[in-house]
Design a protein around this ligand. Structure first.
Ligand SMILES: NC(=O)c1ccc[n+]([C@@H]2O[C@H](COP(=O)([O-])OP(=O)(O)OC[C@H]3O[C@@H](n4cnc5c(N)ncnc54)[C@H](OP(=O)(O)O)[C@@H]3O)[C@@H](O)[C@H]2O)c1
Length: 300
């Protein structure tokens, strides 16, 4: 299959690309930068200006939609708008281009995030739960609404509410591990907030499973592992695998809020998500246990 990935140059896109190519598929990226990386073809687009190379749509049998401005930069009002707009405008631009081309895609698989759900340490979030009302939740809701336009034109459309993707070099785990490696690691807030972690290999596996399994109907699935961990557990297990001591008390929530402002929600929110629906759809996790996942990432 020929798979076009918007934002394919990022952490998730590179892992999905690797697994697709290993499986004998052809991959191209939609990117704001036309620079070619290795053997991966890039088609240029710019959601800001509405530019998209029509050859990208001609290439694609299916599209994986990942593009969006990072949420790990300071949330100024201007940047919050970029986080939102990059996802909405990008998904809308793709939809318009597909509609214009008349191309019948086999599938449209779009990222969303577990941030869709409200902060609630007591609940286990299945896909039916109502969304939250904070900034990230609103972004996810609008992003998913845009993705659903593909469903409206008869394309099998899967939205994946991605949890915290574990990778040793990029993303949340690398930020948690950095102070641990220096001997200054500590849980955040009361440490009891649930973190819906997933090994990068399983995350890519879920995208590809949804892409290739024609029997998976349009809909939304949580893309997080079957055994969520608390922040304290994730911090302790990371320290154990890295063989570093944890001696500092937890960093109080108010300190994080002072430093990070509204963005502290990304570290303090509790989202215990269920992986039952994606398992019922036939996905078998390779890394269901946290310590095993961390060992594979750091010690292999
Ligand atoms: N990593 C996680 O733990 C996680 C968890 C939940 C949800 N997600 C979502 O999954 C998607 C992929 O995650 P990731 O970790 O791979 O992200 P990433 O490493 O930041 O990569 C995202 C890609 O999107 C493109 N991009 C960045 N800013 C953009 C903008 N303003 N307009 C259009 N495109 C832009 C970039 O590609 P070019 O520079 O080539 O254009 C970039 O490589 C993101 O939307 C993210 O929100 C990730």
């Amino acid at each position: 299959m020929k798979v076009l990935i918007s934002g394919g140059s990022g952490l998730l896109g590179r892992e999905i690309t690797k697994q697709l190519i290993d499986g004998g598929h052809q991959v191209a990226w939609l990117s704001r930068s036309p620079r070619k990386e290795g053997k991966i073809e890039r088609f240029e687009w710019d959601p800001d200006t509405g530019k998209l190379d029509p050859a990208a749509i001609s290439f694609a049998d299916a599209i994986i939609n990942l593009a969006g401005a990072s949420i790990a930069k300071p949330w100024t009002p201007h940047y919050k708008n970029e986080i939102l707009r990059s996802r909405i405008d990008g998904t809308r631009l793709l939809h318009e281009a597909v509609l214009k081309s008349g191309k019948k895609l086999e599938a449209f698989i779009s990222a969303s995030a577990s941030g869709y759900y409200p902060n609630d340490p007591e609940k286990v979030f299945t896909e039916q739960e109502a969304p939250g009302s904070d900034f990230l939740s609103l972004v996810c809701q609008k992003w998913e609404q845009e993705a659903m336009r593909f469903e409206d034109i008869g394309i099998r459309t899967v939205r994946l509410r991605i949890g915290i993707v574990l990778d040793p070099k990029e993303g949340a785990l690398s930020k948690i591990a950095q102070p641990i490696k220096l001997g200054f690691g500590a849980p955040l807030g009361n440490g009891q907030q649930w973190m819906p972690w997933i090994h990068r290999n399983d995350l890519a596996g879920i995208f590809i499973h949804c892409l290739l399994s024609e029997l998976i109907p349009s809909g939304v699935y949580n893309a997080c592992g079957p055994q969520p961990a608390t922040n304290e557990e994730l911090t302790k297990k990371t320290a154990k695998v890295l063989k570093r001591p944890l001696w500092l008390p937890p960093i109080p929530a108010f300190v994080l809020k002072l430093i990070l402002g509204e963005m502290a929600a990304t570290a303090l929110s509790s989202n215990r998500c269920s992986a039952q629906k994606i398992m019922d759809a036939g996905y078998q996790f390779k890394y269901p246990r946290l310590e095993y996942a961390l060992r594979e990432l750091y010690l292999n």
